[in-house]
Design a protein around this ligand. Structure first.
Ligand SMILES: Cc1cc2nc3c(=O)[nH]c(=O)nc-3n(C[C@H](O)[C@H](O)[C@H](O)COP(=O)(O)O)c2cc1C
Length: 199
């Protein structure tokens, strides 16, 4: 049937090979990476998900069409393993359109100067690693009070109090806006073929 054939061609054109690299300290960025992988695979894409803590080499650029990197901010920077991975593989990553999902508590802030600080953290990351993503999304993370040791709980509670965030340490608090994350990822993947060759 002509209709069926057309549908097949369209689907094949839209299907992308996506490299998804992440690192996590407390687990929220893994949850975000798993969610993104599931959504993109469900949309017919081929996703290769890598934890930069375990894997140190990216696949050849010929094996993927776009790259998405996700990492959490911990004390003003991203995890060392993730930074090393991106630095070591920057040439491979730069060969394809890239998107960065920066996960932090600050992303939940309404204060513009705090968001500007996040932009600087990402800018510094790009300068140090040599990887310049075409799209950046600030995703709010989580406060996992029940999993922190005494010192972390104390520190994060202090930060939360200062920011007007939740200080009930008997439970965890998740701030991730899943709808905004989906929108960012969908738009990036839809636009990426048109970005190729321009970076
Ligand atoms: C020790 C520690 C330090 C943190 N430092 C920052 C920070 O400097 N800026 C920020 O916005 N969020 C900070 N956060 C919040 C994390 O970015 C947030 O909890 C995120 O969800 C952690 O992601 P992960 O679970 O993937 O490690 C910090 C969290 C912890 C536990």
């Amino acid at each position: 049937m002509p209709g069926g054939g057309w549908h097949l061609v369209r689907r094949m054109e839209e299907s992308m090979r996506i490299l998804l690299v992440y690192a996590t300290v407390e687990g929220q960025t893994r949850k975000i990476a798993d969610h993104v992988a599931e959504r993109l695979s469900g949309g017919g894409n081929d996703v290769t998900q890598i934890d930069a803590t375990d894997v140190h080499k990216a696949p050849d650029a010929s094996a993927f069409d776009v790259a998405i990197v996700a990492a959490p901010v911990h004390i003003g920077t991203f995890p060392a393993q993730l930074r090393r991975f991106v630095e070591k593989n920057s040439a491979t990553l730069m060969a394809r359109p890239g998107a960065f999902v920066s996960v932090s508590l600050t992303a939940a802030s309404a204060d513009e100067s705090e968001i500007a600080e996040l932009d600087q953290i990402v800018e510094k990351f790009s300068q140090e690693t040599g990887w310049w993503p075409v799209s950046i999304h600030n995703a709010a993370g989580a406060l996992k009070y029940t999993e922190y040791d005494f010192f972390r709980r104390w520190m994060l509670k202090r930060i939360a109090r200062k920011e007007g965030g939740p200080t009930d340490t008997n439970r965890d608090h998740e701030f991730t806006d899943w709808v905004a994350l989906d929108k960012f990822v969908d738009e990036f993947v839809a636009q990426a073929p048109h970005v190729a060759g321009k970076i």
